[in-house]
Design a protein around this ligand. Structure first.
Ligand code: MG
Length: 204
């Protein structure tokens, strides 16, 4: 596995190593069929796994994020990180760190950052995807829009992955799980085993 464990450990993020390795394995299989896409780049932790797999197959990972941080990462909120606050623009900015992560991992030939809101990028999207990883904003409205705008681009046999699936509300927000269950109820996907909080569906 061509993963830089030190860089992964040094990169800020909320992805468990087991989930990351699962992302790597799914992307390794998917990348033969077409590009992978993630929503929610943050500082690049998941892109290290997905990108390494895509690179191994000569593939591409599109990574979408406005890089202003999600709701819960704003000043005064639970996941605010002062190191990611840009005093000049006076707002959150994770793009500089994301870019550094990708450069340090020598993934600039594989990972294509798309710096905007996912619904804006979706307005012109036409490329079929082999893997879609939804890990952007975690409000119900945001997860729903990410699913509605992007899941239709998955090719048959493609993977739809949701991060932060919590069965119990006391463990975490429920929006990703609700949309994951809605996707499953659509009948368009088969369910694969969940890895920690990583929900895995496969497009029929
Ligand atoms: Mg997450």
């Amino acid at each position: 596995m061509d993963l830089n464990q030190q860089l992964i450990a040094d990169t800020k993020g909320f992805l468990h190593g087991e989930e990351g390795r699962a992302l790597y394995e799914f992307a390794l299989e998917a990348a033969d069929s077409g590009p992978c896409l993630e929503i929610g780049s943050y500082c690049g932790k998941s892109a290290l796994y997905l990108g390494a797999a895509c690179k191994a197959k000569g593939g591409i990972l599109f990574s979408i994020d406005h890089h202003y941080g999600s709701q819960e990462q704003q000043p005064g909120e639970a996941y605010f990180d002062p190191a990611l606050f840009d005093p000049r623009s006076f707002q959150m900015d994770t793009f500089a760190l994301f870019r550094k992560t990708i450069r340090d991992a020598e993934l600039e030939d594989t990972v294509v950052p798309i710096v905007t809101y996912s619904d804006i990028a979706a307005r012109a999207w036409q490329i079929p995807l082999s893997l879609l990883f939804i890990d952007g904003g975690h409000s119900l409205d945001t997860v729903r829009r990410d699913y509605n705008h992007w899941a239709g681009h998955l090719m048959s046999g493609g993977y739809l992955l949701f991060h932060d699936i919590y069965t119990r509300p006391e463990d975490g927000g429920q929006a990703p799980r609700l949309i994951y269950e809605r996707a499953l109820a659509s009948g368009l996907f088969s369910k694969l085993p969940t890895i920690r909080t990583l929900g895995v569906l496969k497009r029929k």
